[in-house]
Design a protein around this ligand. Sequence first.
Ligand code: ADP
Ligand code: MG
Ligand code: ZN
Length: 492
Amino acid sequence: MTSDEGTNIAKEWEPVIGLEIHAQLRTRTKLFCACETSFGHPPNVHTCPVCLGLPGALPVMNAEALRLAVLASVALECTVHEESVFARKNYFYPDSPKGYQLSQYDRPLATGGRLVIDVGEGPRTIGVTRLHIEEDAGKTVHGRGHGSLVDLNRAGTPLAEVVSEPELRSPAEARAYMKAMCELFVFIGANDGNLEQGSLRCDANVSLRRRGESRFGTRVELKNINSFRFVEEALELEIGRQIMLLERGEPVRRQTRGYNADRRETYLLRDKEVEEEYRYFPCPDLPPLVVDASYIEVSRRGLPELPAKKRIRYVAEFGLSESAAGVLTGHPNIAAMFEAAAGLGASAIKVANFIQGEVLRDAVVCGAELKLPITAAQTAELVTLVEEGAISGKQAKAVYAAMRDTDQSPRALVASLGLAVMSDRASLEALAATLVKNNERQAAQYRGGKTGLFGFFVGQLMKMTGGSAEPTLARAVLEQALRTSGSGEDQQ
Ligand code: ADP
Ligand code: MG
Ligand code: ZN
């Protein structure tokens, strides 16, 4: 098969994708007990009779987890149900000591929402089927000593599971959806955004159908993907695998598969031809979860401006490009810093360029926070200094380097580093005259028509002034010096 034929075959098949995203809710304690939620601590230090599933221990719902889940639900424009129910999802696995997972099943917290994505072809709205609250499992650690070990620090950590409609149509859309979901959760303070630590993971469901066909094909579920890049890669590979089967006339089997990023392949975890039987039933230890209408209304009013809306506003109000608006709304701290700096009177576009070009390179993500190396006030003042012509763009970089992680003001640094732009005509004229005199041979060639040498003179003058000569003035002064320098000679 040539690659052209391959592409044509791929075009005949339409991917249908739906994601189930698990976002850890950013609470101090677990969903049903007072144990700390944690990462990277010694195994099994954050456990108690409740999250160990010891007989007689009773769960008590975490109010902060509920607040965050409701906030996420209204941010996703879901209908929040005043009454929802926790069920026991029964299964045996070593990382789930109770023998069941507490989750919401047929009566979830919220249903019927949406999230807007954009993969560069204009905005597209993806339906959110439901958002429910559930507890995370612990971790099974393999390959350390004999057998496997179990760490239950994570068992009982609150999760919001958000299920999308099967409306995504490409791996790129799935990636954009996962990223937009993560940004939304981080913006409202419901998730810490640490994908490397497993704070937000997804199961990606994918099937194929011939274009024009309305029925869905058999889907495969790719389990537990923890990066935007991996969800795109895994789906591309899985789609390729399914196309190959279908083109050979073989059926796609209903399977759960994993993704091995190193080997760049999906692999079989379990065949699901037979539906799993979890024997869900309402948990007798927990009363129905009740949130009244006023609670939901307070939550809705407490929503901050969300990234999608900010993006539109940045383009309309500040004239930023779509891509700049996308970068600056990628994290609430970046957006806040940009808005504050632009609010201090500096040019918004120049602030945006400076943040993207310099500041973000030094941004440090520590835990839930993103730490920026300079403040909004420092950014605004520095950008203004360049706008005023007090320093050059190049000098601004030097000021920035000295200012990083200090509370020094750019103006003070310009003075102490001796960096002000040289825009004094008389001094520049004197320097230009010396320069031309010391390079008489090149000056003569320039006058003889080798105009390309002008760049050489500009470079030399910049060197003499330590890069501080005001560029337009420097060129004007040099042009004049070169023009007049030969006149005496020529007359001889
Ligand atoms: P389950 O109960 O097995 O988890 P759901 O009905 O909850 O199944 O669907 C899980 C996810 O799979 C949802 O995101 C949904 O959009 C997606 N999905 C359902 N059917 C298909 C299909 N045929 N192809 C791709 N994705 C699908
Ligand atoms: Mg499901
Ligand atoms: Zn506990």
